[in-house]
Design a protein around this ligand. Structure first.
Ligand code: PNS
Length: 169
């Protein structure tokens, strides 16, 4: 099977996809993006566009936060809906990147990795760990801190704070 995965290339390049809600992106996500960009030829950060998940930030806000913060030249940001494996096929991507912060992430990630591979055998999920200083951050906690008037600057890129203060439509 590894042979099949290794055959999937786009224009000779190995493409990886880093999917997620990114609601909002944190310094932990950006750390994973930076690490992945050094491993793969191209990295697509894939922001899920699923209104049923009731995200705090709109899809375009989540994309903008990421685009403004990402400096790496081989990284693009896109939204997707539907099954991740279908997006992978469309993009000729063979690798799913996910961040693993703690053991508590493992069960959910393990289940997703195996389910995705069952649906599409030509992919592998690769787990990266962020720098220790980011292992405790989560988008959920950031939103809670912001809601309760706490300081979030040390967890998220600058524009998140601005967007949090913007009146919501
Ligand atoms: O940041 P998150 O919320 O942990 O990301 C979860 C995400 C978006 C990667 C996952 O929900 C997903 O891939 N959704 C797309 C629909 C899909 O393919 N579901 C089956 C997953 S096994």
């Amino acid at each position: 099977m590894l042979n099949e995965v290794s055959k999937i290339r786009r224009g000779g390049k190995r493409v990886a996809v880093y999917p997620g809600s990114f609601d909002p992106a944190t310094y932990g996500h950006l750390d994973i993006i930076h690490r992945s960009s050094k491993i793969f030829d191209n990295l697509i950060v894939a922001v899920i566009d699923n209104p049923n998940k009731k995200p705090f930030f709109t899809t375009s806000q989540r994309i903008k936060i990421l685009k403004d913060a990402i400096k790496e030249k081989n990284v693009t940001v896109e939204s997707f809906n539907g099954l991740l494996v279908n997006f992978m096929k469309k993009k000729n991507a063979s690798i799913i990147v996910r961040g693993l912060r703690a053991v508590s992430d493992f069960e959910y990630e393990f289940q997703m990795a195996l389910t995705n591979r069952k649906m599409y055998n030509n992919i592998e999920t690769i787990f990266l760990t962020p720098a220790e200083k980011w292992t405790y951050i989560s988008s959920t906690l950031v939103k809670e801190i912001a809601k309760l008037g706490g300081e979030i600057k040390c967890f998220v890129p600058g524009n998140v704070e601005k967007l949090l203060k913007k009146p919501r439509s």
